[in-house]
Write a protein that binds this ligand. Structure first.
Ligand code: SAM
Length: 302
């Protein structure tokens, strides 16, 4: 492969700048829209029996099998990065975890704290407001989590995935586990065809180092919403890059799994597959989601 000049990223200030202000403004505005949306239905959580997506339930069951055939996080400390308004964090708390959720949106963190109180989980949960890249300062607790959990709409908002991996490693206990599941980067190259055709079309280069800057007031969770903060900055992170930065941060990649469904209609041609998941109508043309499980080595006993 010839060298691609676009693969050398311009350095980004990870702690300030337009990218951060724009993204935060839109996420702040999205919080009330999402809290009251069907997309982020919380009835399971409020009924005391929260369920993650079928992909997350199955993957976490492999890692933390419980006697009742569901995953069990009793006694585990869990850090949920980019926790949004805390619904999944609290679902993890309902399975026994003590959780810390971190998100850069203060409205999201406020809502997470409110939801924790409403569900009776305030004592098992803490929510911290910080930019991911300031997480070590906001939460000075190295080597202290059994599980770092981050799913569905995460690293695409982050300019530097290598620094993300180092932060994950820093928080994990020796022997601790990263659980990452998100849309598959090969699916992220596509977008809906303008002519409404069922199959999406190539739109975003796979290995583009510079961000895509969008100007869009639509919201994926509520098609009636019109957002005022329309500009967002998003990054493509090829799968090989994510794998490599985790390894370079000192983690052992234990599992890489591809899934043919994801919990939103990424393209108009996707069809419901049950339990809130969407997939291709006929052939599994491409994987739509990916899971990476990585472990911080336990070290050697002297
Ligand atoms: C699609 S949502 C993740 C939703 C998640 N699957 C959930 O509901 O638990 C993306 C989240 O990333 C957060 N976020 C984006 N950029 C961030 C950053 N630089 N630091 C911390 N959080 C960030 C947003 O505020 C938003 O809550």
């Amino acid at each position: 492969m010839t060298e691609n000049p676009s693969s050398t990223p311009r350095p980004v200030d990870l702690r300030s700048g337009e990218w951060l202000d724009d993204n935060r403004a839109q996420w702040d505005e999205r919080v009330p829209v999402h809290v009251s949306s069907d997309f982020y239905d919380q009835s399971d959580l409020l009924a005391g029996d929260g369920r993650l997506t079928p992909v997350d339930e199955a993957e976490l069951l492999r890692l933390f099998p419980g006697a009742d055939g569901r995953f069990d996080l009793s006694g585990k400390r869990v850090l949920h990065l980019q926790c949004h308004f805390g619904a999944d964090s609290l679902r993890l708390a309902q399975r026994g975890a003590g959780i810390v959720g971190l998100d850069f949106s203060m409205p999201a963190v406020r809502e997470a704290r409110r939801l924790a109180a409403e569900t009776g989980l305030a004592e098992r949960s803490r929510f911290v407001c910080a930019n991911l890249y300031d997480a070590r300062h906001a939460l000075p607790e190295p080597d202290s989590f059994d599980l770092v959990f981050t799913t569905w709409g995460t690293i695409g908002w982050l300019p530097d995935v290598a620094e993300w991996a180092r932060i994950v490693e820093w928080f994990l206990k020796p022997g601790g586990i990263l659980y990452f599941t998100d849309s598959h980067p090969t699916a992220q190259v596509f977008d809906a065809a303008p002519d409404g055709a069922e199959l999406p079309i190539f739109t975003y280069p796979y290995a583009k180092a510079e961000p895509d800057i969008f100007d869009d007031g639509a919201d994926y969770a509520d098609e009636t919403a019109v957002l005022e903060n329309t500009r967002t900055w998003e990054w493509m992170h090829p799968l090989s890059k994510t794998f490599t930065v985790l390894r370079d941060a000192g983690l052992t990649v234990d599992r890489l799994a591809e899934h043919d469904a994801l919990p939103w209609r990424m393209f108009p041609g996707l069809v419901p597959k049950g339990e809130g998941m969407f997939g291709w109508p006929d052939q599994a043309w491409l994987p739509l989601a990916v899971t990476i499980v990585a472990i911080k080595p336990a070290g050697h006993l002297l």
